[in-house]
Design a binder for this molecule. Structure first.
Ligand code: AMP
Length: 515
């Protein structure tokens, strides 16, 4: 038995000297470099004692080294576990305790703050420098990789063995680790390559973070599985995007990318003439954005839908109509249906209900959480996504809302419950409700509505400041309101829909400008 995922990647390498990555400092990696560098990381991990099935948890800034560490981990037979760079030490403590990785890799600057948590979880702490800064890479895993052999005999792993665990927040409890097998990733990459017509001639403009399914799997694996290449940018920066668009053939982004680029006068037909495909996902793309993009550039953005647990499930067509406000059809091999959330009975076309999916893309379950796994699957194997939607008579899937009150801000998910729990713990607070309301830049802005104890001296500013130490920046409310009470229905449930209505204009551009 070979290494399921990496064997498929190897088999698609067009030529050893074919380009794999172009970096913003001018460095270029060929496919032969990709194989050698990932082998060095695999060797370095094995030398650290990493065994097949061990987790390798990684919280580092985006870099080619980090991407090669992902491949090295897979080749070593271990399980790659990326963590959002915005997570605070307190959040990292939870993830390490839950995942019990053999190794935890972080940025050198955070090593001292995070060392106690790695030790507590029994993980070896390693740091990852970058080769272009030798002073930063000295003594780090990057250096250990350089010292290791560029040859590595890939550890045998089958289709159902785990390749990665990605944590996804929970509405009612802590985050859960979604277990993704070699075949979950490979089957989805192959489906997307085919559906989106990727070939070795493609060049992807890669400006997404790589700790999330979108940038790590959708973007990177599609390139690896088509023998194409990528321009790897450290982050989304319009100047960089406009600089590299003429060299790229496709770009993948969250809706915020498109909204920001539309605000830039450099966005023209000429600037995007070399691009054959713009893809959007991770949050709803406004029909207005789709329309404006088409008008300015002549390109119809292709919107697709997926989640950490399922990889990609649906996509608008490559040929045929890409319909704004829809997420297209189930990908080949994937089944999607809409059911009554209570009974699970199938609904007719155009009826709104719970979206459920089944296929080789769907994860193996939540890490060490069989109860939660059982609760999210139907007996016939369909996964209950938690998204509400419908399938129209033409077969296009529409997402109409999130059953779980998830907030999506700048493409990141924020579960209100997690923020509410932090606020409710504060001295002088009775309760809180956290909602997402329309925000021109982020899609939704996290907003907290808090009820204070009579006579308590808490202020909106005090709450916001206290949260800075407790939550990743993207989860922190952009505005906090202290109110006498929350609206409730007769069953005692807080009516968040009324709050959303009440606060729906607070981030409107006119208000932001102080008009
Ligand atoms: P994540 O697990 O972080 O990828 O988030 C998955 C969630 O993002 C899904 O369950 C949806 O609620 C939402 N999502 C992803 N893509 C889309 C889309 N194209 N339109 C609307 N919501 C989306």
């Amino acid at each position: 038995m070979g290494n399921y995922l990496f064997d498929l990647v190897r088999a698609r390498i067009p030529a050893p000297d074919a380009p794999f990555a172009l970096l913003d400092d001018g460095r270029r990696l060929s496919y032969a470099d990709m194989v050698a560098v990932s082998a060095r990381f695999a060797n370095a991990l094995v030398a650290l004692g990493v065994k097949p099935g061990d987790r390798v948890a990684v919280q580092v800034e985006k870099s080619i080294e980090a991407l090669m560490l992902y491949l090295g981990t897979v080749r070593a037979g271990a399980v790659f576990l990326p963590l959002n760079t915005a997570y605070t030490p307190a959040e990292i403590e939870y993830f390490l305790g839950d995942a019990e990785p053999a190794v935890f890799v972080c940025d050198p600057a955070r090593a001292e703050a995070l060392r106690p948590y790695a030790e507590k979880a029994g993980a070896k702490l390693e740091t990852l420098g970058i080769w272009r800064s030798p002073e930063v890479s000295a003594g780090t895993l990057a250096d250990k990789g350089l010292a290791a052999s560029p040859e590595f005999a890939d550890v045998a792993r089958g289709a159902d063995d785990l390749a990665a665990i990605l944590y996804t927040s929970g509405t009612t409890g802590r985050s859960k680790g979604a277990m993704l097998s070699h075949d979950n990733l490979a089957s989805n990459a192959l489906a997307l390559v085919d559906y989106w017509r990727f070939t070795s001639k493609d060049v992807l403009l890669h400006a997404l973070p790589i700790f999330h399914t979108h940038g790590l799997f959708v973007a990177t694996n599609t390139i690896l599985f088509s023998g194409a290449s990528m321009i790897l940018l450290p982050k989304f920066d319009p100047d960089q995007v406009f600089r590299y668009l003429p060299q790229a053939t496709c770009m993948m982004g969250v809706p915020t990318f498109y909204v920001r680029l539309l605000q830039d006068e450099r966005l023209t037909k000429a600037a995007t003439a070399h691009i054959r495909l713009f893809v959007s996902g991770s949050a709803p793309l406004l029909a207005e954005t789709h329309r404006a993009w088409r008008e300015r550039t002549g390109h119809a953005i292709l919107e697709r839908y997926g989640m950490t647990e399922t990889n990609m499930s649906t996509s608008n067509p490559y040929d045929g109509d890409r319909i704004a406000g829809t997420v297209g059809f189930p990908l080949p091999g994937v089944s999607a249906r809409v059911v009554d959330p209570e009974t699970g009975a199938a609904l007719a076309r155009d009826e709104i209900g719970m979206i459920e999916v089944k296929g080789p893309n769907v994860f193996k379950g939540y890490w060490r959480n069989p109860e939660k796994t059982a609760a999210e699957f139907r007996p016939d194997g369909f996964f209950i996504t938690g998204d509400l939607g419908k399938i129209d008579p033409a077969g296009y899937v529409h997402i109409v809302g999130r059953g779980k009150d998830l907030i999506i801000t700048g493409g990141y998910n924020v579960y209100p419950k997690e923020v509410e729990a932090e606020i409710d713990e504060m001295e002088g607070v009775i309760e809180s409700a956290v909602i997402g309301v329309p925000h021109p830049d982020f899609g939704e802005g996290v907003t907290a509505v808090v009820v204070a104890k009579p006579g308590a001296s808490i202020t909106a500013k005090g709450i916001a400041t206290a949260l800075e130490q407790r939550l990743a920046k993207f989860k922190q409310p952009k505005q906090v309101f202290v109110v006498p009470e929350l609206p409730r229905n007769t069953m005692g449930k807080v009516q968040k829909n009324l709050l959303r209505e009440q606060y729906k204009d607070i981030y409107a551009p006119a208000l932001k400008a102080g008009e």
